[in-house]
Ligand binder design. Structure first.
Ligand SMILES: [Zn+2]
Length: 216
């Protein structure tokens, strides 16, 4: 697990001085829940990294989940979402909390066998013109978010924004902002990741763990 000093170095919190979710509070959440782990991981994108994030460990803590949902809700309350879309299961617990706070309908998105959001779960629907907020625990390459944006578009819904707990890539967030998407991320994680063929941990024979098996 990572020490509080290591966490201090690799995260930034937006906004930095909100009363409920200060950097110190986020470090406490990550430290107490052990949601950031150190080892040798293959991310869903196929890249390798020595740091992995497991939102499920934070989300199982009612207090932490509530603080995160409240913070995301604050950003999008004025946009009155009709429905909130999230992939199950990692984003799912946040979805339940947010639909309650924002009095919106849930839209559960199923994942494919690679762990990427792919289609509407049976029984969930999108109305034409629905004002949709997308939420998730984290983004890395942005491909999962783009898949959900497409599902909203195909159903002629209106995307009002995207709320995330954490991002591994500032570029992905900036690109989405440039496209005019109202996206809010609570925590930026500054960690390295690299192509499998460039991975020194692979060359050293360090045991590899696959993120799809760790996403709880
Ligand atoms: Zn590797």
């Amino acid at each position: 697990m990572l020490s509080k000093e290591e966490l201090e170095r690799i995260i930034t919190v937006n906004p930095p001085s909100s009363k409920d979710i200060t950097k110190e509070k986020v470090i406490d959440m990550l430290y107490e829940s052990r949601a950031l782990i150190k080892g040798h991981y293959e991310l869903l994108s196929g890249d390798h990294s020595d740091i992995f994030f497991r939102f499920g460990l934070i989300a199982r803590h009612n207090g932490y989940r509530g603080i995160i949902a409240k913070e995301i809700a604050k950003k999008f309350k004025k946009d009155y979402p009709d429905a909130i879309m999230a992939p199950i299961t990692a984003g799912g617990s946040l979805l339940v909390e947010l639909t309650s706070v924002l009095e919106s309908r849930p839209i559960n998105i199923e994942k494919d066998d690679k762990g990427k959001p792919s289609h509407l779960q049976d029984g969930y629907f999108i109305n034409k013109g629905d004002r949709i907020l997308i939420v998730n625990d984290l983004t890395n390459t942005g491909s999962g978010l783009r898949m959900m944006i497409n599902i909203a578009k195909q159903n002629e819904a209106k995307l009002i924004g995207i709320g995330l707990f954490l991002s591994r890539s500032d570029k992905v967030i900036q690109d989405l902002k440039q496209e005019g998407i109202n996206i809010h991320v609570l925590v930026n994680l500054k960690v390295e990741q690299w192509k499998r063929e460039d991975c020194t941990l692979c060359k050293e024979g360090v045991k590899l763990e696959y993120s799809r098996n760790l996403n709880i």
